[in-house]
Design a protein around this ligand. Structure first.
Ligand SMILES: Cc1cc2nc3c(=O)[nH]c(=O)nc-3n(C[C@H](O)[C@H](O)[C@H](O)COP(=O)(O)OP(=O)(O)OC[C@H]3O[C@@H](n4cnc5c(N)ncnc54)[C@H](O)[C@@H]3O)c2cc1C
Length: 375
């Protein structure tokens, strides 16, 4: 039986996966980009894009898609409860004014996925889970997915912080430090925020509060800290809003920002943050974004790094596939026929063919429909 095959299979359609898929497809490679979720989907994050992330979006040609849905951020302020406060405007490496963006991840990731969907050469498979890797000896040769096997010359694991693919590739290293956790929730403010719009980081004992404007009258609050501090404060998704409203009565900075604010959604949590990888490349597979190792959300650079690492991975993959590992360029491999590869064919090759869902047996079809794993 012939099997489905592409040049590059990317697991995870977050910022790292989308940047990898766009970078590969724009260089002429055939890409399958799969995510177990259907978009728009939510993801716990501080939702502040620093100027480097804005630059990375611009480099990928995505800034004009995102900016209309985001809140422009002018700078950042750090303060310690009852102690010092430091504020700075954003600037670029040469000291010229720069800006960041506050944008809900539900919105940002859906916009990025739309860009991938519109990119010739990328086939987006939503609601499809990568269940395992396929190997020939030590060489990764593809994936086992919830809709069948998929052969690939290169598999890219962009499957996030906990990355089951990293573990399966034997690239996981144990964490060396006590675990840190994060929680986030959105608030509607009683009035529009006046400029300058700032990301605010408030340090209170072992806990940090990150306040990021994501719209004229919306603030995202993320709380980060060691797992033991969360336990001592009985801080969880269930108690987050009550904790913040109570902390606002004791902390004047938090109180000023949250006065009259109303929680808008269900708090989400993530962690432990410290995830390490022994290496980011192995035979036939690469790790990008959080999967490649993650230090801490407090840096606020996760999305920018995810976009940049995806683009760098695409360059490396194109180089490797173009030369076949040697000096002479070789033609790119053609797709094999077969049910999944038919669905994976770009419009030029797949014109007139029925989409994946209509070609699958009913049970698999149903599995795709019901499969949704939001973070
Ligand atoms: C509390 C918190 C606050 C943060 N604050 C900020 C901030 O303010 N600014 C910033 O830049 N960064 C921040 N970060 C970091 C940022 O969220 C991450 O660095 C970024 O999301 C990494 O993107 P990614 O594409 O690597 O992974 P993700 O965005 O996590 O995407 C991974 C994707 O893989 C999919 N997936 C996983 N397993 C499978 C599978 N088996 N099959 C198919 N699909 C799969 C998931 O559904 C998901 O869509 C924060 C993180 C946390 C937790």
């Amino acid at each position: 039986m012939t099997r489905a095959a592409v040049e590059v299979a990317v697991v995870g359609a977050g910022p790292a996966g989308v940047a990898t898929a766009l970078g590969c497809a724009r260089r002429g490679l055939e890409v399958a980009l799969l995510d177990r979720a259907h978009f728009p989907r939510d993801k716990p994050c501080g939702e502040g894009l620093l100027p480097q992330a804005v630059d990375a979006l611009a480099a990928l040609g995505l800034l004009s898609r995102v900016a209309p849905h985001a809140c422009r951020l002018d700078g950042i302020v750090f303060s310690v409860a009852g102690g010092p406060r430091a504020q700075a405007d954003f600037c670029d490496g040469a000291g010229a004014p720069a800006f960041g963006l506050g944008v809900r991840r539900r919105v940002l990731d859906a916009l990025l996925v739309e860009a991938a969907r519109a990119q010739p050469g990328v086939t987006l498979l939503e609601g499809v889970t990568a269940r395992d890797l396929q190997f020939r000896g030590a060489q990764v040769t593809g994936l086992q997915t919830s809709v069948g096997p998929l052969e690939a010359e290169v598999v890219v694991a962009a499957d996030g912080l906990r990355s089951p693919m990293r573990a399966r590739l034997g690239l996981e290293l144990p964490a060396r430090r006590p675990p840190r956790l994060g929680l986030r929730v959105h608030f509607r403010l009683p009035h529009a925020l006046a400029p300058p719009r700032l990301v605010e980081v408030l340090v209170s004992g072992a806990i940090e509060y990150y306040l990021t404007p994501v719209a004229d009258d919306e603030l995202e609050v993320a709380v980060l800290g060691p797992a033991r501090a969360f336990a001592a404060l009985e801080l969880s998704a269930a108690t987050l809003v009550a904790h913040l409203l109570s902390a606002a009565t004791e902390n004047p900075e938090l109180g000023a920002r949250l006065q009259g604010a109303v929680a808008l959604d269900r708090p989400l949590g993530a962690g432990p943050f410290r995830q390490r990888a022994r290496a980011v490349v192995t035979s036939g597979a690469l790790l990008v974004g959080d999967a490649a190792g993650y230090f801490d959300a407090l840096t606020g650079e996760g999305v920018g790094l995810a976009l940049a690492s995806g683009d760098a991975a695409a360059q490396a993959i194109f180089g490797a596939l173009s030369t076949g590992g040697g000096a002479a360029p070789r033609p790119l491999r053609h797709l094999h026929p077969g049910p999944l590869s038919v669905a994976l064919s770009p419009p030029a090759r797949g014109a007139g063919r029925r989409p994946l869902k209509s070609r699958l047996p009913r049970t698999i079809h149903l599995r795709i429909l019901i499969h949704s794993c939001p973070w």
